[in-house]
Design a protein around this ligand. Structure first.
Ligand code: PMP
Length: 365
């Protein structure tokens, strides 16, 4: 990248986010039709019909700025979570909530402790603020909380637990988080990124709102992008003590959540089938894919999310290419430092079958 004399040095430390190509481009390039994207952990069932209807109904009102504080949505969300409205901050995706936390809390030279591999935006936001990301290798594909705790210094500000972790789908249990919270000093805030919260099935998965209730230094982040299938509208939220939320409000841009996202999220929250359907299809898909991997003799990380991290035991870029030619888009593991792994998003039964068959062909070929 060409260096500019007036640019901040910190921006050159950022690894660019590499989104996949548009599906239409993939189809054009490979001369295929009906390609399926199993690469970005989206909900293959799509949004609630009630959310789509709400968007259509509000489409004519785009001349007006959105409601700045997400007044009605915040009221509904607070009721649905059983927390006061003052504990909530809505963002342009949970990405923006994280960005607000970075802007509010990180100064030059501060440290952000994360797992490795994990969601790249923790590192990116640290760099944006001139802070130092401290990436601690996972152990058995799981956050190694004691190794992460050992990296905490006087400069540590954020301690990020991606739970379930992207890309591995693993979780840390309630007792593990309890213990970490007990040993962390008071100048450290724990970010619990729960983008895949609704998909977690384990009885040991923490109910993180309890930590907020206990008054801990915790910011829980969730999103409407995944099980609510509203990724295209960009809307997510943070749950934390009111004083933490107030600090984030200081750096939140005005009108940050667009009005279609607000009405769609409200409608989706009011549709109990949206989450239930997503969970059912995901659970079923997970078991189908496990069986397929077992048949192929591939090892995978048991997932608590809507994607599976699987070891193809060969260069995942080649596997990726082979799958692409058969119209299936996944994520390669090289970006996560695990070059033989792929991350595949759990799809509909048909998509899962198609992926499994394509993978079998690619591995034989
Ligand atoms: N956290 C994790 C772990 C994610 O995987 C993602 C999306 N890929 C996000 C946060 C960002 O979600 P949002 O769409 O709400 O910004």
């Amino acid at each position: 990248m060409q260096r500019l004399p007036y640019a901040r040095e910190a921006i050159y430390r950022i690894r660019p986010y590499r989104p996949g190509k548009p599906l239409e481009e993939v189809e054009r390039e490979y001369g295929i039709r009906d390609a399926v994207k199993m690469a970005s952990n989206e909900n293959p069932l799509g949004p609630s019909p009630a959310a789509v209807a709400a968007i259509q109904e509000h489409a004519g009102k785009m001349a007006l700025y959105p409601e700045d504080t997400c007044f009605y949505l915040k009221r509904d969300l607070a009721a649905s979570l059983g927390v006061p409205e003052e504990w909530l901050l809505l963002g342009n995706g949970s990405d923006e909530v994280l960005h607000c936390a970075a802007l509010a809390f990180l100064s030059e030279g501060d440290e952000v402790v994360t797992g490795d591999p994990t969601f790249v935006m923790y590192e990116t936001n640290a760099h944006l603020c001139g802070a130092v990301p401290v990436a601690v290798p996972l152990k058995d594909h799981k956050h190694d909380l004691s190794a992460m705790l050992a990296e905490v210094t006087d400069r540590t500000k954020l301690f990020v637990i991606c739970n379930p972790n992207n890309p591995t789908g693993s979780i840390v249990s309630r007792s593990e988080v309890d213990e970490a919270l007990r040993s962390l000093p008071s100048h450290v805030m724990v970010v619990l990124d729960e983008a895949y919260y609704e998909y977690a099935e384990s009885p040991h998965y923490p109910q993180s709102i309890d930590y907020v209730r206990e008054g801990r230094n915790v910011l829980v982040m969730r999103t409407f992008s995944k099980i609510h299938a509203l990724a295209g509208l960009r809307i997510g939220y943070g749950i934390a003590r009111p004083d933490i939320i107030q600090a984030l409000q200081q750096v939140r841009p005005p009108f940050n959540v667009n009005s279609l996202a607000q009405v769609a999220a409200r409608a989706s929250l009011a549709d109990p089938e949206q989450v239930r359907r997503g969970q059912a299809v995901n659970g079923e898909g997970k078991r189908l894919l496990y069986a397929a991997f077992d048949r192929m003799g591939l090892s995978y990380v048991p997932t608590e999310a809507n994607f599976i991290f699987v070891d193809t035991r060969r260069d995942s870029k080649q596997v990726f290419e082979g799958l692409l030619r058969r119209g299936v888009v996944v994520r390669t593991g090289d970006v996560f430092g695990t070059p033989t792994y792929i991350r595949v998003t759990i799809g509909t039964p048909e998509q899962n079958q198609r992926f499994a068959q394509a993978l079998e062909e690619v591995l034989k070929g």
